[in-house]
Every structure is written in C-alpha cells, then in structure tokens.
Write a protein of this length. Structure first.
Length: 358
C-alpha cells in the first residue's frame, strides 16, 4: 500500500522524530517547541499547498527497531506525507530504508557526512563545513595542533573521528588518542586518564547531550581544563546548564545558529520564541532551532514542486532556497549551504567569536 493510499486528508501530516528520552532527551523539548513555532508560522501563511500542517511526534530515544516499525507503519498507511527531525545518526540509518522512494525525509542538523539515500535532505553541517574549519581556527588562534577524541560508541562519533583523522594528515594536526564510551555511561576514568597521559592540547568531544554535560563536569573536576581546550559538536546552552558554569572553561563549539548571534533574522526568532513560550521555555539552542529550519525546508520543497510527491520534489529541489533564522539557506543536492560560526562558552551561554570559512 503506497504512502498516499489515504490521501483524502485535507492536511499535510509530518512525523516529527526527536528524542524524548535517553541521553539526547534533553534536546527534545526545544526541538518540539521550535517545530511548533514553525508550524504556527507556516499555517499562518496559508500552510503548505493551501493545506494546514500537522505534526505527529515520534520518540527518537526509543529502541531502533521500534522507531523503524513506527515510521514504516505511518508511511505505509498513508498517515504522513514526510518525516523530519533531529535524532542520532543510528536512528537516521534505520529510518532512511523506510522513507526511500516513498516520502521526503528532512534530517535537520549536523552529521558525519556521506548520506545519499533517495529523498533525504540534510539541513545541517558536515565536518568539512563545521568541524574542520573550527580546528583550523583553533590552530591559528590558540596553537592547538594535538587532539584527543572522546566520543559515544555509535556511528556519528566513529565516522566523524575517522574523517577527522584523514583531515589531520594534510592540516598540520594530530589525533594523539581516542576512546569511545557507551551511550548513557558515566564511567569517564579511562577517558580522563587517556587525556592526562597524552600530549593533547585539546579534546574533541563527540558526546551526546547529557553524556557531554556529565563528562564536562568530570573533566573540570579533574583539573584537565587548566591547560586543554575542548571542542564539542553536539552541545547547546541546555548542555551548559546541565554541566554548570564551573565546567565551561575553554569550551568551544561550531554551528550555523547561536541565539547570541547578532543578526536581524536570528534576533527576531529568539524574541518570538520567548514571546510564544515564556521565560520558562526550554533553552533555545542550535539543535532545537534546526527543527524550525527543517520545517521551512519541507515547506519550500513542496511549494516549489507544487506537490507532495517525492519524485516531483526531487526534480525541483536544486532551485529551492528559503529565508530563516540562519539567513538565506540554499539546497545544493541533498544538502544545504549556510554560514557557520565558532563560539566559546562564557559561563552558561555561547559567545560567537568568528564566522568560519571552509
């Protein structure tokens, strides 16, 4: 039964796959809030193809077979016209076979690179445009040439570490040690000892959400932050809050969006988020904001094609662009192009230091 077997609906229905549990669960509330803000904006402007848009949350923290079965069922029964959201790459790997050749799938934030499944569009940055320019900047500004890698043990950290080792061969940098830890684990002794006994001037953190916050606390307690910088990819202000201000010395990240970035589009988005959800709202961060971007991209793709049909969307995708909190974003193949910035932690917020060039 095809994905549009029950296309008598007068709405556009989308599966929003975000972590509502597990180590990445701390990002879920901001992802849902930003997606809700996007739906309000899209529907206020007439919806998609003159139809109201509705979201159907799927917990990306569930076991992978459960996620795969739920997406397959929703697509097969024609309950959704597309899938989007932020989740770990191991979840993406089980979703793509269920959406390929059937419905569009928007993956909303940075990842390890290399995705080429049919009908998948990537909003986020790849290492070539995010991580590698950040490493070059930290080498130029702080002289950091030797790095240790600490990551969770799944596809994104391992594949990103592999790409980083290849990059360092021609960049005047070295990876002098690496260790991968179970998702949800809290035994950081071996990782801290590896760093302490290495010549590393910096630590690359490929850790998820709550795991990253816990490691940062342990790193600071051990005194390793006195002489070593950290560059973390999967981090937002909520991770800083969870780690506490004493854990943020010498901590950097790179992203296409920061709430502190002074731009008209970004500041307007932050103000509207605050008005909509109030001062007790989930911390606004780059991962949550990416879900807003993903919905703008889906709307732009469907409007350009004048259709929800995947083949029609694929034919017209190369000409699609949209304006959002990150400025103008253009589709290039399966990926988008956008500015990327480097920021340093200033207690419990990020301060943008530079725009990176790849």
């Amino acid at each position: 039964m095809g994905p549009h077997a029950f296309r008598s609906r007068d709405t556009v229905d989308l599966a929003l796959v975000v972590p509502l549990s597990g180590p990445a669960g701390m990002f879920g509330p901001s992802c849902e809030a930003c997606a809700d803000l996007a739906i309000g904006d899209i529907n206020a402007a007439g919806g998609i193809l003159d139809r109201e848009v509705r979201l159907h949350p799927v917990d990306a923290g569930a076991p992978l077979p459960v996620i795969a079965a739920q997406i397959d069922r929703m697509v097969s029964l024609g309950q959704v016209d597309g899938v989007l959201g932020w989740h770990l790459s191991n979840a993406r790997k089980v979703i793509t076979p269920r959406t390929a050749h059937r419905v569009p799938y928007i993956y909303t934030t940075f990842y390890e690179g290399g995705e080429n499944a049919d009908g998948v569009y990537m909003v986020g940055e790849t290492p070539e445009h995010q991580l590698f320019p950040a490493l070059r900047w930290l080498r130029a500004e702080y002289g950091v040439r030797r790095w240790a890698v600490v990551g969770n043990d799944y596809v994104w950290p391992r594949e990103t570490a592999r790409a980083t080792r290849e990059f360092t061969l021609s960049a005047g940098l070295d990876v002098v040690g690496e260790i991968f830890l179970p998702l949800g684990g809290r035994d950081f002794g071996a990782a801290l000892e590896m760093i302490r006994n290495s010549s590393a001037q910096g630590v690359l953190l490929f850790l998820v959400g709550a795991d990253c916050a816990a490691f940062n606390r342990a790193f600071a307690r051990s005194g390793l932050d006195e002489r070593r910088l950290r560059l973390s990819m999967m981090i937002g202000e909520d991770v800083l809050y969870a780690g506490g201000p004493e854990s943020t010395r010498g901590l950097f990240t790179a992203s296409g969006y920061f709430e502190s970035l002074v731009s008209t589009a970004g500041m307007d988005f932050g103000a509207r988020y605050l008005r909509e959800f109030g001062p007790a709202a989930p911390a606004l961060n780059n991962i949550g904001e990416s879900c807003y971007e993903g919905l703008l991209l889906f709307a732009a793709l469907a409007q350009a094609a004048r259709s929800l049909d995947l083949a029609a969307i694929e034919r017209g995708a190369g000409l699609v662009s949209y304006g959002g909190p990150r400025g103008e974003v253009k589709v290039r193949g399966a990926h988008t192009t956008q500015p990327v910035y480097l920021a340093g932690a200033d207690d419990l917020e990020f301060s943008v230091r530079a725009e990176l060039s790849s």
